[in-house]
Write a protein that binds this ligand. Structure first.
Ligand code: FFO
Ligand code: GTP
Ligand code: MG
Length: 457
């Protein structure tokens, strides 16, 4: 675990640090008293400073002005992460920012923050829940409007509310089991049993609604990929270059030219897709090419939108297997060559499912064709989103896992009357739910979430 359970003063720039900008925001978090920074400001920090008010002042070192800045003090616990935070809006020259950071490290008792460390402290101080932190991660790394919306929804705690309700129902059910031990005599065995079964059913019903939200394909909406696949020499790299309007991939008549996949950004209707050119799939003795082909197959499986390119003049072994995959679009290439129609018909005869698909001629590709592709991808994107809230992979896995434990518990609860055994089974369920709502979060999960964060967040 990178993060120590420390609360010493940390400092970082939370805005862009690799290019000059008009402004930069530097945050210091975890200091005891504002007065310790008094030597660095023209404004008297030993006097009264109203929290969350912006003060215009000068940053000074040994009588020399370093920058003209705005300063805001957030007094813990009323701050982003619950600690005392001092924010400095400085001029956004990268050297200026570096100089100010160094100043506070050398003379202000601060150390540079690790990536995500401000937010980690927010989690630790219960200012954010784990799913909110995940929402923040999604939000900050979003490439699509959809991911932005979903990130914000998670960050606002919408999912956490659902989890909390579930947890409350779980506790209610748990108490019903305890009730049947302690008070069965008072309320009657029948009433106790009814309370037990009703509360379990209520929990299960609520949980099933969550299970329904676990849909495959969803993660692909966050970083959607359009994959070009096909046999060697089918024209993948040619189409890749065409769509990017640049000679990005090497095109040659030698089969097996592309050995590893290439990815470039392509924007359709404001959504950033990754367009991926892959290695032509064939049996190969070459270790590197084989690895490339393995990756192609994986990319194809994970893709949001897949396009199969078919050069009807070069059908080789392995095509049958390739065609068995599901594709969103199949395109025939080399339409300009003599004998195209006959070659194409022969391929379609062998593989009828390719029949209705189009042919493309890269040399005279009409502009409308590209618009059609864009429309198809965009349509699939909108249909898949369909206004539905998303579940991140970690949540999906936990929900499915919890579902199994729940099914098992429901089975046991029907036949078992020994409260000690029931209670043990129920604890297993409780553990799953606690992990889901983030009451317990193993280090490895924290690590994988925070590894996405940048310094200053
Ligand atoms: N200047 C600045 N802008 C920013 C941030 C920041 O830290 N500083 N944020 C950083 O991500 C985001 C806003 N998030 C924030 C979340 C909570 C609090 C905060 O002070 N919370 C207190 C008070 C709440 C209240 O007044 O209602 C609290 O929770 O107790 C501040 C910023 C985006 N913009
Ligand atoms: N005549 C004609 N030639 C094409 C067409 N599309 C691609 N080619 C040519 O076919 C050859 C193979 O094209 P690439 O784009 O490199 O094919 P690829 O699918 O990327 O091949 P690998 O990287 O080996 O898997 C090149 O010589 C291209 O110029 C087409 O529609 N018509
Ligand atoms: Mg290629």
């Amino acid at each position: 675990m990178k993060f120590l359970y420390s609360d010493d003063p940390i400092i970082a720039c939370s805005t862009c640090t690799h290019a000059h900008a008009a402004m930069g925001v530097i945050r210091i978090s975890g200091f005891k008293s504002l007065a310790q920074f008094a030597p660095f400001f023209e404004k008297d920090l030993t006097g009264p400073i109203e929290p969350r008010r912006v003060y215009y002042t000068k940053l000074v070192l040994q009588g020399q002005t370093i920058d003209d800045i705005c300063l805001t003090y957030f007094q813990g616990p009323k701050s982003y992460n619950g600690e005392n935070i001092l924010e400095l809006s400085v001029h956004g020259n990268t050297l200026n920012i570096e100089r100010i950071l160094e100043l506070f490290v050398a003379h202000g008792g601060c150390r540079l923050a690790n990536p995500g460390e401000f937010t980690y402290r927010a989690l630790k101080n219960k200012k954010l829940t784990l799913s909110q932190v995940e929402g923040l991660d999604l939000f900050l790394n979003a490439n699509t409007g959809y991911a932005l919306d979903q990130g914000l929804s998670l960050l606002s705690g919408n999912l956490q509310e659902v989890y909390q309700e579930l947890y409350d129902l779980f506790l209610k059910h748990k108490s019903s089991l305890e009730l049947s031990i302690d008070f069965a005599e008072d309320i009657g065995e029948e009433a106790a049993h009814k309370y037990y079964t009703d509360s379990l059913e209520e929990f299960a019903r609520k949980f099933q609604a969550l299970v329904k939200r676990v849909r495959p394909m969803e993660h692909n909406l966050i970083q959607p990929e359009i994959v070009l696949a096909g046999l060697p020499n089918s024209g993948k790299s040619s189409l890749f270059n065409y769509l990017l309007s640049e000679e990005r991939a090497i095109v040659s008549s030698i089969a097996g030219t592309t050995r590893d996949y290439l990815a470039e950004t392509m924007v359709i209707e404001g959504v950033k897709y990754k367009l991926i050119d892959t290695a032509g799939i064939r049996e190969s003795e070459d270790v590197i090419e084989s690895e490339g082909i393995k990756r192609t197959k994986k990319k194809l499986k994970d893709s949001f939108f897949s396009i199969l390119l078919v050069n009807p003049f070069e059908i080789i072994e392995g095509f049958d297997e390739l065609v068995n995959n599901d594709f969103d679009l199949v395109l025939f290439t080399h339409e300009d060559l003599p004998g195209f129609q006959a070659a194409r018909d022969a391929v379609v005869k062998m593989h009828p499912k390719l029949g209705p698909m189009g042919a493309i001629d890269l040399k005279s590709l009409p502009v409308t064709w590209e618009a059609t592709l864009h429309a198809l991808v965009n349509e699939k994107y909108l249909n898949t989103i369909d206004g539905k809230p998303i579940l991140l992979d970690r949540h999906k896995q936990l929900i499915l896992q919890t579902n199994q434990v729940l099914t098992n518990y429901q089975q046991v609860s029907r036949s078992e009357t020994d409260v000690a055994i029931l209670s043990q089974e129920l604890n297993a369920l409780g553990h799953c739910i606690s992990e889901l709502i983030g009451i317990v979060s193993p280090d490895q999960i924290l690590n994988s979430i925070f590894s996405n964060f940048c310094i200053g967040k």
